[in-house]
Design a protein around this ligand. Sequence first.
Ligand SMILES: [Mg+2]
Ligand SMILES: [Zn+2]
Length: 263
Amino acid sequence: GPGRCRSAALGCGAGPGAAASSMKFLLVFDFDHTIVDENSDTWIVKCAPGKRLPHGLRNSYQPGHWTEYMGRVFVYLGDSGVKEEEMRRTMTTIPFTAGMGDLLRFIGENKELFDCIIVSDSNTVFIDWILKAADFHKVFDEVFTNPAAFSSTGYLTVQNFHAHHCPKCPKNLCKRKVLKEFLDKQLERGVSYTQVVYIGDGGNDLCPVMSLKKNDIAMPRHGYTLEKRISQLSQDHSPVECSVLVWSTAVEIASYLKLRIKE
Ligand SMILES: [Mg+2]
Ligand SMILES: [Zn+2]
């Protein structure tokens, strides 16, 4: 049941009502193609002259080195005279995934039951702009993504989120490491979760999903890489340990959560 706790030492189920009051879910969201229905790093190209990047720049991406590539894109935009305000205006027109607005409002209204974080390979500036423009920033307890800022000369600069040793992940970000560090930190503060719910679409969401436990749930977006990678693991007879619920719109995610909190 939802009141079960993985750590008896934390006093879960200590008496009547204790289980219900300690029921807490951790919702982990990817950002691009999950919260928003586009890739924010691609959407920014709408600011470029002719809304496209020069060939050489477009072809300069090397697998696993996304932040360096985006750094070059931002230098190009700066050199082209694109200003912060124009970038902000463009980024805040990015569409949310179907049903996501209602889901985030539902989570916001039930914060006593849901802790909610974003782990994304986008950057702090884009995610801040988009969440604040839609008034969703208070829904999230923390956002883990590549730190970005405008330089004194008006250029957007982005850095790697961290360094890690995971061989499966791009050099700047291992989402599994982020999630593990977050859960460890919460446990130190006496917070353990009834269930971790991981919502994402991409190949870099597989590493954290593979670290989820039996009572947790992965929610891969239908038709995207994460869903394919998870079903490939099943076909290879090494399925993920957690439950899996495939979604097409955030309405399905909301339905699941509403059912869980009624238990
Ligand atoms: Mg994504
Ligand atoms: Zn990893």
